[in-house]
Design a protein. Structure first.
Length: 485
């Protein structure tokens, strides 16, 4: 049963149900390992053997990173489906966390591309399962009237950003001082610690955490097993044939994400289970899906282009000491921690006067474009490289864009969802992130530090134009939303 009022003598976690500490911890350490590994992944792929890397060319390396990131969000669909139809959210979360740890162990211990392949696939599939179910388990701790609910979610997301902040700092430091595999090993150790503390308290979760909302009939299990086996066999065949070459991975994941999105929209819009109002709301989501994909295609370049930029263009000298490349990944979480409260207070103060969701999407996309244009004044900054304060300023603007679009994306998908397709609409939002993340990897192949002005100018202006189109369509989108803001 969900908690409603904490008894006076109940042991709590900062005033919240005690079991929140377990979910807080597993998410903190999963994000620590996820972002810590990702902070050093790209340079591990393209650094030469003399520097401890694999010596892959940069275009292929960015394609691998983009495909991996896209697969994380694609796998949230599978994680949600397993929880809803087969085993329940808690078991999927625990199994996914184990899979994440195995992936980090593979990166730390298995040499070469074999370790990369095993590690990234395991982490991507596991992270999707964690992402799909951790938030729903937090929600299961409260009923709808519990006054602690919002504060509990705020505390949970604080853990997310603390992990995202600390991970790149520590793994980057170990990578610089001892080598890449020590950084990957720290990510594995962090995940193991989070998993251990979670396992000790998982029995205290409410009973509904193990419930299967819509159980799959047993008669259909062989069909599902056959489909999964066929999919694995197809992927293996494509990999052996060379179709899934590393340089093509980002494009393949992007195409899969786009195809899945088109199929989802087609199925929902053609269904007789939705009425005209619901159909209009789905139509309203289409331009916002495009804006979201465009936004993430730039935002997720933090892990591709921004890593290359930090390695080759940025002046990382701190009082005579060379800052690790991965440390730039810790700047965004700091701004998120500081600014998320500011934005929450602003929207609360504005109430019904706050901008509508389409306006927020348009503004977030435009500001994301502005962030890319801010790289232009730092182009050709001479032998000492681009100034670190300049890059901090770019990330500050990028964070403002994120806070305008990202927090409202999932919320909007649930508000516009037809009653018969609630989960599918949430999946559509994740597909927009998957598509954008894969595109970030593909686009990064065209980045050249020696000729960066056209790259940042074209993408920045394209995002601004996309945002302007969404702004122009806002009256139509709002009419189709039928009263949803």
């Amino acid at each position: 049963m969900a908690a409603t009022d904490a008894p006076a003598r109940e042991r709590t976690f900062f005033g919240q149900p005690r079991v929140l500490a377990n979910l807080f911890g597993v998410e903190l350490w999963e994000r620590f390992s996820f972002y810590g590994m990702q902070g050093i992944l790209l340079i591990y792929l393209y650094y030469g053997a003399a520097r401890g890397g694999l010596g892959i060319d940069e275009a292929t390396a960015t394609s691998i990173v983009g495909a991996y990131g896209g697969l994380v969000y694609l796998s949230t669909i599978g994680g949600a489906w397993l929880a809803d139809r087969i085993v329940g959210s808690e078991r999927v979360l625990f199994g996914s966390a184990v899979l994440v740890m195995i992936g980090h162990v593979c990166l730390a211990l298995v040499p070469g591309l074999t370790g990369v392949g095993l590690g990234l696939v395991s982490i991507a599939l596991g992270s999707g399962g964690v992402k799909a179910n951790a938030t729903s388990l937090v929600g299961s701790l409260y009923d709808e009237r519990d006054p602690r609910r919002d504060a509990g979610f705020s505390l949970f997301y604080l853990g997310v950003n603390v992990g995202a902040f600390a991970g790149p700092l520590l793994t980057g430091l170990l990578q610089q001082q001892l080598g890449f595999h020590y950084g990957f090993a720290l990510a594995a150790l962090g995940m193991a610690f989070g998993l251990t503390q979670y396992a000790r308290g998982r029995k205290r979760l409410p009973a509904e955490a193990n419930e299967v909302p819509h159980p799959l009939p047993r008669t259909r299990l062989p069909l599902v097993a056959g489909f999964v086996a066929a999919a694995v066999a197809l992927v293996a065949a494509l990999a052996v044939s060379g179709v899934l070459a590393p340089s093509r991975l980002a494009g393949v994941v992007g195409l899969l994400s786009a195809a899945a999105a088109v199929a989802y929209f087609a199925v929902i819009l053609a269904s007789r289970a939705i009425d005209r109002v619901e159909r209009d709301r789905v139509l309203a989501f289409i331009p916002l899906f495009v804006a979201s994909a465009g936004f993430w295609s730039l935002y997720q370049q933090q892990f591709t282009v921004l890593t290359v930029y930090a390695d080759k263009r940025l002046n990382r000298d701190l009082f005579g000491w060379q800052m690790p490349v991965s440390w730039v990944q810790s700047i965004n979480p700091v701004f998120i921690i500081v600014l998320s409260g500011v934005f929450a207070a602003l929207w609360t103060r504005l109430g019904d006067r706050q901008p509508s969701t389409p306006v927020k999407f348009a503004a977030g996309t435009v500001i994301m474009g502005v962030a890319f244009l801010l790289f232009l004044p730092m182009a050709g900054t001479g032998p000492h490289g681009a100034p670190l304060p300049g890059l901090v300023g770019v990330i500050f603007v990028l964070t403002i864009a994120e806070l305008l679009l990202s927090p409202v994306g999932l919320s909007l998908s649930t508000k516009l969802a037809p009653a018969a397709f609630h989960t599918q609409m949430v999946a559509l939002f994740f597909l927009s992130v998957a598509l954008g993340t894969a595109a970030a990897g593909a686009l990064a192949a065209h980045y050249d530090p020696a000729h960066e002005v056209p790259y940042f100018a074209v993408l920045g202006l394209a995002a601004i134009v996309l945002g302007a189109v969404i702004a122009a369509l806002t009256p139509l989108i709002r009419r189709l939303m039928r009263g949803v803001r």
